[in-house]
Ligand binder design. Structure first.
Ligand SMILES: NC(=O)c1ccc[n+]([C@@H]2O[C@H](COP(=O)([O-])OP(=O)(O)OC[C@H]3O[C@@H](n4cnc5c(N)ncnc54)[C@H](OP(=O)(O)O)[C@@H]3O)[C@@H](O)[C@H]2O)c1
Length: 500
């Protein structure tokens, strides 16, 4: 750089860039000291966590409230469908959205209920209470669990069948498929953009180009001025490192929805935390003033170091993605020029960035009950069956209605998991579980463990489209379940049907 050029070069911006990305931690610390700014957040998009809201129906129930607690502990965004918002708030706290509705009243299940929802966990059930006058002196036991002579408060036909049918119809109408994973949704931004994305322009190499990214209506706008002065010629915006890194195993690539200015841009991913290491890059063309979807298969990414291709670089590691970058550069690769490049002002709007082509995960998890197929089944010895089977008729056909509800879920076209617990307890959980199919097992299982099972199913592709019973292994000590093996051993319902 000549002295004249050096005077045009903005060292302040250069240091700002390095500080924002914590390349010079010492300066970053000093800067925070003087400005009083908090430690910048690392962008947390890692692991397998879903983006979007998890809707919990029956959130005030024994299982539902435990599902909510666990979801919140693991930083999911939660919306609870409750019949009484005041009671819901008192029970569930402040850190979630409440939506007042009743699954048996279709008009209450509005599109707003489903806004941004990526999965639904349904823990609703007909209210059952002790028969009036039934007292502890008449306590009865089934498989070691104390129960009173029960009676239903609401109609099972209305809650277990019509209600589930209404909910399923609403979900099917509004939910988006999970084979896509939304990483950045600038249409409904929930992140602080300034905390996640920052500009990296040619000022880092001595240039004078300048860019920024900001939210506008329904999109993020990457804009500025790109200049070729001082041997410069690129602008970019990049995320701070994800902590932990993103794991996109099982997905085919990234999809961007963009509106550009006709220029050719670069999409860049990094698989190491270093500031200036290898990047994996793919160029894409925009159409002036038109919204288009750009798919970038992971296999099309080229390893690059400072615009030079690296034929011997390690293959792209889809399980360790540290940052995402968008760039406009005068250069393509290895000295070739970008044929669509125009210096001066530019503008690229980005509506969303998705991973696409992933294995679907369950989007509707329903808590049903063991025993739903047993009332009226030939060969059943009622003496040995749990109270709900024995008393199905007195309880308004509760299990028969649950089975009809299950059928609505299986026929819905949504990816689902139907969990049929044996008798539910208030025990702390943590015991080994056993899964079964065919509806023949008896036993008990804690509500805590069923709540954990729901969270595990949420992130497990092999939990899709299965119906199974679950109980605790008798006399087992407290050992964590091997969830992956439990789900993997289940047969999809379609296969079970064909085998019959
Ligand atoms: N008890 C057992 O041994 C056993 C065994 C196997 C399976 N199950 C099943 O497991 C599931 C969960 O059991 P649980 O003990 O957690 O049930 P629970 O405590 O009785 O909770 C039921 C939940 O459903 C909600 N609900 C009922 N009708 C509704 C409607 N029309 N619209 C919206 N929400 C409604 C209730 O809301 P409110 O708070 O407003 O009433 C409550 O939040 C149930 O389906 C149950 O039948 C139970």
């Amino acid at each position: 750089m000549t002295d004249k050029n050096r005077s045009q070069w903005d060292i302040g911006r250069f240091l700002d860039t390095l500080t924002y990305f914590e390349v010079i931690p010492f300066i970053s610390c000093l800067k925070r000291l003087f400005t009083g700014r908090a430690n910048p957040k690392q962008v947390n998009r890692g692991g397998e966590r879903r983006v979007g809201v998890i809707l919990v129906a029956g959130a005030t129930g024994g299982v539902g409230k435990r599902v909510v607690r666990r979801l919140l502990e693991r930083n999911y965004k939660v919306r609870a469908l409750v019949r009484d918002a005041k009671r819901g708030r008192e029970m569930l706290g402040e850190n979630l959205e409440l939506f007042e509705a009743d699954i048996s009243i279709p008009e209450t299940l509005t599109p707003e209920l489903m806004f941004n929802v990526s999965a639904v966990i349904c823990c609703t059930g007909t209210r059952v209470q002790p028969v009036e006058g039934d007292t502890p002196t008449r306590e009865k036991y089934y498989q070691g669990i104390k129960f009173y002579m029960p009676e239903v408060v609401d109609s099972p036909e209305v809650v277990e069948y019509q209600g589930i049918k209404n909910l399923v119809q609403t979900v099917a109408k509004h939910i988006k498929p999970t084979s896509d994973r939304l990483l950045f949704d600038f249409k409904n931004p929930s992140d602080d953009l300034k905390e996640s994305w920052g500009a990296v322009d040619d000022v880092v190499m001595g240039g004078v180009s300048e860019s920024s990214i900001r939210l506008i209506d329904n999109a993020a706008l990457f804009t500025g001025n790109v200049s070729t002065q001082n041997s410069g010629g690129f602008v970019s915006v990049r995320t701070r490192n994800f902590e932990p890194p993103l794991n996109l195993a099982g997905y085919d690539g990234m999809e961007l929805r963009v509106k550009g200015d006709g220029q050719r841009y670069k999409f860049i991913l990094r698989t190491e935390a270093r500031w200036d290491g290898v990047s994996y890059c793919c160029s894409f063309d925009t159409e002036k003033d038109s919204w288009i979807n750009i798919r970038i298969p992971f296999e099309s990414l080229t390893p690059i170091f400072r615009a030079k291709t690296l034929p011997d670089a390690p293959p792209f590691d889809v399980q360790n993605i540290y940052s995402v970058q968008l760039m406009l550069s005068k250069f393509e690769y290895d000295g070739a020029l970008n044929p669509k490049f125009e210096p001066g002002n530019f503008a690229l709007q980005v509506e969303s960035i998705n991973a696409y082509g992933g294995a679907p995960k369950p989007q509707l998890i329903m808590i049903s009950s063991a025993g739903v197929t047993r009332p009226g089944r030939p060969g059943i010895n009622l003496e040995e069956e749990p109270p709900a089977v024995r008393m199905n008729d007195q309880l308004g056909g509760i299990l028969t209605c649950k089975l009809k509800g299950e059928e609505c879920v299986r026929d819905s076209g949504i990816s689902y998991t139907i969990v049929r617990p044996c008798a539910l307890t208030e025990e702390p959980g943590g015991k080994a579980l056993s899964f079964a199919q065919g509806d023949n097992i008896r036993g008990q299982v804690s509500r805590e463990e069923i709540a954990e099972l729901c969270l595990q199913a949420l992130e497990e592709p092999t939990a899709c489209n299965v119906t199974f019973e679950v109980k605790e292994v008798e006399n087992s000590s407290a050992i964590a379940s091997d969830w992956k093996s439990l789900f993997a051993a289940l047969k999809p319902d379609q296969e079970m049907e064909q085998a019959r």
